[in-house]
Every structure is written in structure tokens, then in C-alpha cells.
Design a protein around this ligand. Sequence first.
Ligand SMILES: Nc1nc2c(ncn2[C@@H]2O[C@H](COP(=O)(O)OP(=O)(O)OP(=O)(O)O)[C@@H](O)[C@H]2O)c(=O)[nH]1
Ligand SMILES: [Mg+2]
Length: 216
Amino acid sequence: MNNETYEIQEITNSQTKEDYLFKVVILGDCAVGKSNILSRIMKNEFRKESRSTISVELASKIFKIDNKIIKINLWDTAGQERYASVTGTYYKGAKGVFIVYDMTRKETFDNVDKWYKEVKMLNNEDIIIFLIGNKSDLTFLKQVSIDEGKKKANIYKMIFYETSALDSSNIKNSFHEMILRLYKSAKFGYIKDNKSSSFPIRDDFPEYNKNSNCNC
Ligand SMILES: Nc1nc2c(ncn2[C@@H]2O[C@H](COP(=O)(O)OP(=O)(O)OP(=O)(O)O)[C@@H](O)[C@H]2O)c(=O)[nH]1
Ligand SMILES: [Mg+2]
């Protein structure tokens, strides 16, 4: 990774067509906080009583880095099993992935392995994967330590953050790091064109259905 530093500027309404468009997907078990991470990133909002996502939802944001216009299409997927075959199809063409677990529910952390394997089945070697331990505000309910999180991230070569969509901790930092890594990868040629990459649907992935602990 090139160490050059870049300033990230958020653009509210760009008339110019983007130079780069990156698709980023948020994955993880149900109720880990994916939709609230998205709404914190997009609108700086948090919903205590949020409803479970049905299928997928898309939101976009535009940035200026290095004098280039970068558009991020951020896809929020449903953690519930019943939408698995639908959300799986939305991984196609993703350049970045956030795999989210809830640090107050150990089973959501154990399921990270399953989500990781599923992402890798995309067959896209250049995909940038972040591991996000969400709900860091609930310190007293913590079931997964920061060291366990870091260890798993190291094993799979993921970038690790603990976040809280509730108090905003590390939400912006992690998202900005993702954008920078995507931009640098594209600029320095690490991300190849993946138009031809195949993608699985989750029903085709035998290990997926075995150990699901989703209680939603
Ligand atoms: N304390 C705390 N609660 C959170 C945080 N993020 C989300 N929540 C709560 O966790 C619950 C689930 O949040 P969602 O964002 O809907 O979870 P999700 O991963 O999108 O769930 P699905 O759409 O069902 O897959 C809601 O009650 C949120 O208010 C957080 O950082 N801290
Ligand atoms: Mg959701």
C-alpha cells in the first residue's frame, strides 16, 4: 500500500460525473447494527428501534480525493437467513466489504468465519475486507475482546475496527479508511477489472446453513 496521504472531502451535490465508482457491501448476522452503521455514515442518524432489513438497501455518497470524484455505493444487506439467496447476488462487483459482528453476542463473532468464506467465494482476490466489532458503547456486556477481534482480522488479513453506531465511535474513521484503500488500490493498480468474476448465491454454499445462530 502506498503511504502517500490524501485529504478526503465530502461532496454534497456533484454536477460532475465520478472518476471512480466503488461498490461496498455491509454483511453480518442479523441485528449486529449494519443498518445503523449505514445511517450513521449517510445521515449521521441512529435508530434505537430499527426494523430488520428486508433484502438489501442502497445508499450513495460522493467524495473528492486527490482532485478525483469518487462515488461510493454502499449496500446494506439483510442478516436474516430467509433473504440469503437474494442478498448473495448483490455481492457481485463489490470492491469493499464490511463484515460486522456484535461484540455483545459471541455467536455473531463466530459467524464471521462463515461470512468471510462466503466473500472469498466471490473469487475476487482484490476485494478489501474490514472486520467491524460494533456496539463498543456496551462495554459492560462485551463478550468479544479487542484482542480476539484483532486476532481474527490478522488471520484473514482484514482491517479491524471496533465501532459504535450509537455514539459514532470509529464510524467515520473506518469508512474513510475504506475509501482511501479503495482509491489507492485503483490508482496504483491493485484492483483489477472484475467484470468477469463469478459470484455464488448463499444457498449454494453448504457450510453456510449448518451453524447459523441468527435469532432474528
Ligand atoms: N448500543 C448499541 N446498539 C446498536 C448499535 N448499532 C445498532 N444497535 C441496535 O441494534 C439493533 C439492530 O440494529 P440494526 O442496525 O437494525 O441491525 P442490522 O444488522 O441492520 O439487522 P438486520 O437488518 O436484521 O440484518 C437496533 O435495536 C439498534 O438500535 C450500537 O452501536 N450500539
Ligand atoms: Mg438492517
